[in-house]
Design a protein around this ligand. Structure first.
Ligand code: GAP
Length: 641
C-alpha cells in the first residue's frame, strides 16, 4: 500500500485549473511560491535557467492575472509593490534560500500544502533546480513535511520521546510527554464519548492484558499470529518478507542482469534504485537503458532465487535466508515458576478480551442485537521491523469495537461503521479529507472466515498506509471460543425462536497511529508579519491544550491577579496553560507550535471594562470579548454546543 510515485496531489477546483500552456505566464509567482505542477494532473518536472526566471519575474511585474493570485496571499502581495529592479535580486535570494531549505530534510517524500490548490511533483526534491508552479488559493506557502521535522518537533515540544532515552532508546517503544499524553487522552476520550456514551447500542469494558493462554489457542493467535521473516546473515538485520520488494533487472534487449531490492517504504526512491539497476546492466555487459523495474514482494519469491536477491541492508546477494514464520506475541511467565506450564502472552489485540466477555456483558447488561462492546487498551506485538516513529511499534494502544449482528445485516452494518469511523476522523479529529483514503481488501487476501475488510488509509510522509480497519469477521471468534470453552455464546432470535451465534463487524483503530496522522495533518508552516511560524492546527475538540491565558505584563499585580483568576476558572473546564514569560508575540508562537487554538490576553483595558482579547490560532484574528461571555464563546468553539 505504499505510494509508488510518492506523489501527493490536492485537487484544484474546476474554476481554478490552468492548462500547462498558461503556466509560463505564471512563472514568477510560481517561483516565488515553490515548486508545483499545474492543473489537476501532475505535469512533468520542468526546470528553468536563472535567465528564464528573471524574464518571467520581469514580465509578471505588470500584474495581469498573476496579480489576482497574489492578492489572496498576505505574504506575497507587498512584493509586487517594490520597484522591478529589486524584484530579481530578491527573488533570486529567495530562490537560493528555498533551494537550500528543500535540500535539508532528508528522506522527505511529501509536500503538504495546506490551503494551496495545486499539484506537486515530488521528483523535484531530488533536483536543485526549481520546477514550475501555478498556485491558486488563499494561502500559497509551500513546505516539505519530513518525518525528521515531525520527530524533532515531537521531542522539542514534549509530545513523544524515545522510550528508555537515557540508555540510548529501545527499538519499537515510545514514551509520551506532557503534551503527548494530553493529545492521546483527548483522542481516546472523544472516541469513547462518540462510540460508547453517545450511543444506545454500545457498551464498554476494560479487560486484562494477560489472560489464559487458552484464549490465544482458541482464537488462532498461537498457531497463526505471525509475520514472514527473513534474516540478512551479513548484517544480522531482520526484515518482514512481505515488506521487502525485489525486481529483476533486464537490459534493453531483455537480458537478465541481476536483481535490486528495497524495503517497501523505500520503493519511491526511484532514482537510487535506477542507479543500482544501471550499475548491474553495466557489470553484466548488457545494453542500456534497463527496462522498467517490476517489484514483487519477497514473500512470493521462489526459494531457489533467494540467493540471488540482494539484502536491503547491504545490497549484496547471497545473504538472505528463506522466509519463515515468526510469531508476534510477547510471552512471559505468570507466577514464581519459569516453565512451559506458566507461559502466558501479552495480548496482541484488545478484541479477544471483548469476545471472551460476550456472555458476561449479555448476562449483566440490558443489551440486545444489534449491539457493540468497545474497549480501549494496550496491545503488544513483537514487530520484526518497528518503523516510522510511532506508526508501527511493539507496544501500542487500540480502540476496538465488536458489533454483534444478525448475519443478514453484515453488509449494511459494515458500511455504517465505515461511515462512522470516517466521520470521526474528519469531524472530531479534524484530519484533512484529501489525506484520507480507502482500501478494500481483495477477497483472496481475506482470512478464510472474513466476509470483507476495508481500511481507511492516511497519506503519511512515508506513504499511504493503513490507519484503521473495519472487518466483517463472520461468527468465527465467538464460535471458536464457544467450542474451546464448551460454553454457549448464542442469542435468541425472538422471531424464529431459534438460537444462533451472532456475526460481528469490527472497527479497529490504533491510538498511536491516529495520533501520528493527527500530527501530520495538523502540521503547517506559514508566515506571520514576515516571520516564519510552525503551527499545529489541531481541531479544537482534540487539541491537547485548549486555551492559553496570557497576562499582557507580569509586573502588574492587578493584571496578573485577573489573569490567574480567569485561568483558574477556565482550567476547571478544559486543559489550559498560562504563559507569563516573554513578549506577547513570542508567547503566541509558543502556543501555535503546541497547537493551542485560543489565546486569551488580559491587559490594561481588561481592568477597566472587563473584556479580554481572544486570539484565534488559525486566522490570528483577535477580538474583544467580555469575561462574562468568554466561557460560552469558548464552549461553542471547543465543544461545539
Ligand atoms: N483486532 C483486529 C486487529 O487488531 P489489526 O489490523 O492488526 O487488526 C488494528 O490492527 C489497528 O491497530 C491497525 O489499523 C492500526 O491502527 C493499529 N496497529 C496494529 N499494529 C500496530 C503497531 N504495531 N503499532 C501501532 N499501531 C498498530
Amino acid at each position: 500500500m505504499s505510494e509508488p510515485a510518492a506523489l501527493w496531489a490536492r485537487p484544484i477546483p474546476a474554476s481554478q485549473t490552468h492548462t500547462p500552456a498558461t503556466a509560463t505566464s505564471r512563472l514568477a509567482p510560481a517561483f516565488l511560491q515553490g515548486r508545483v505542477g499545474v492543473g489537476a494532473e501532475p505535469i512533468p518536472l520542468q526546470t528553468f535557467a536563472g535567465s528564464e526566471f528573471m524574464e518571467a519575474a520581469r514580465t509578471n511585474t505588470d500584474g495581469f492575472d498573476a496579480q489576482d493570485q497574489i492578492e489572496g496571499n498576505p505574504n506575497m502581495g507587498s512584493l509586487w509593490g517594490v520597484p522591478s529592479l529589486l524584484v530579481v535580486p530578491m527573488a533570486l535570494a529567495w530562490l537560493y534560500k528555498r533551494w537550500a531549505a528543500m535540500r535539508q530534510p532528508q528522506g522527505a517524500q511529501h509536500f503538504f500544502s495546506p490551503d494551496a490548490h495545486c499539484t506537486v511533483d515530488v521528483s523535484a526534491l531530488e533536483s536543485p533546480a526549481v520546477s514550475m508552479a501555478t498556485v491558486t488559493g488563499e494561502r500559497t506557502q509551500q513546505y516539505v513535511l519530513s518525518m525528521d521535522d515531525l520527530v524533532s518537533l515531537c521531542k522539542r515540544r514534549g509530545f513523544v520521546y524515545q522510550a528508555s532515552d537515557l540508555y540510548g532508546g529501545f527499538a519499537g517503544f515510545w514514551d509520551y510527554g506532557p503534551l503527548g499524553v494530553e493529545l492521546k487522552n483527548q483522542i481516546k476520550a472523544k472516541w469513547w464519548k462518540k462510540m460508547v456514551q453517545l450511543r444506545d447500542d454500545v457498551v464498554g469494558i476494560d479487560s486484562a492484558i494477560i489472560g489464559s493462554p487458552k484464549v490465544w489457542e482458541a482464537s488462532g493467535h498461537l498457531a497463526g499470529f505471525s509475520d514472514p521473516m527473513v534474516d540478512c546473515k551479513e548484517s544480522n538485520q531482520r526484515f518482514r518478507a512481505d515488506q521487502v520488494l525485489y525486481s529483476a533487472v533486464l537490459d534493453a534487449e531483455g537480458k537478465q542482469c541481476g536483481y535490486v531490492s528495497c524495503q517497501q517504504d523505500e520503493v519511491s526512491n526511484e532514482k537510487a534504485l535506477a542507479k543500482k539497476a544501471k550499475k548491474l546492466v553495466k557489470e553484466a555487459g548488457g545494453k542500456g537503458p534497463h527496462q522498467p523495474l517490476n517489484f514483487k514482494e519477497l514473500i512470493d519469491c521462489p526459494v531457489e532465487l533467494i540467493d540471488q536477491i540482494p539484502s536491503p541492508a547491504t545490497g549484496n546477494p547471497g545473504t538472505l535466508t528463506p522466509p519463515r514464520d515468526f510469531n508476534l506475541m510477547f510471552s512471559t511467565n505468570v507466577g514464581p515458576v519459569v516453565a512451559d506450564s506458566s507461559t502466558a502472552f501479552l495480548r496482541p489485540e484488545t478484541a479477544q478480551g471483548i469476545f471472551t466477555n460476550f456472555k458476561n456483558v449479555m448476562d449483566t447488561s440490558r443489551v440486545s442485537l444489534p449491539f457493540g462492546i468497545a474497549q480501549i487498551g494496550k496491545a503488544f506485538r513483537n514487530e520484526i521491523t518497528p518503523r516510522n516513529f510511532i506508526f508501527r511499534s511493539r507496544e501500542f494502544e487500540q480502540m476496538e469495537i465488536e458489533y454483534f449482528i444478525k448475519e443478514d445485516d453484515w453488509e449494511r452494518c459494515h458500511q455504517e461503521w465505515l461511515d462512522t469511523m470516517h466521520k470521526f476522523l474528519m469531524e472530531t479529529c479534524g484530519l484533512r479529507p484529501e489525506l484520507v483514503g480507502t482500501e478494500v481488501h481483495a477477497q483472496d487476501k481475506l482470512a478464510h472466515y472474513a466476509r470483507a475488510c476495508t481500511d481507511l488509509t492516511f497519506h503519511f510522509p512515508f506513504g499511504e498506509q493503513e490507519l484503521l480497519g473495519v472487518a466483517a469477521r463472520g461468527c468465527y471468534d465467538l464460535t471458536q471460543h464457544a467450542n474451546a470453552s464448551g460454553r454457549k455464546l448464542e442469542v435468541n432470535d425472538q422471531q424464529t425462536k431459534t438460537k444462533f451465534i451472532p456475526h460481528v463487524i469490527e472497527p479497529s483503530l490504533g491510538v498511536d497511529r491516529l495520533f501520528l496522522a493527527v500530527l501530520c495533518s495538523a502540521y503547517d508552516e506559514d508566515e506571520i508579519g514576515g516571520e516564519k511560524r510552525t503551527v499545529l492546527r489541531f481541531s479544537p475538540e482534540i487539541a491537547p491544550v485548549k486555551v492559553l491565558v496570557l497576562p499582557l505584563v507580569k509586573n502588574n499585580e492587578d493584571i496578573m491577579g485577573r489573569a490567574k483568576d480567569l485561568f483558574e476558572r477556565l482550567r476547571m473546564r478544559w486543559n489550559c496553560t498560562m504563559d507569563i514569560t516573554g513578549a506577547i508575540g513570542r508567547r503566541y508562537r509558543r502556543g501555535d507550535e503546541a497547537g493551542v487554538p485560543f489565546c486569551v490576553t488580559v491587559d490594561f483595558d481588561s481592568l477597566e471594562d472587563g473584556t479580554v482579547t481572544v486570539r484565534d490560532r488559525d486566522s490570528t484574528e483577535q477580538k474583544r470579548v467580555s469575561e462574562d461571555e468568554l466561557i460560552a464563546e469558548l464552549t461553542k468553539a471547543i465543544d461545539g454546543y
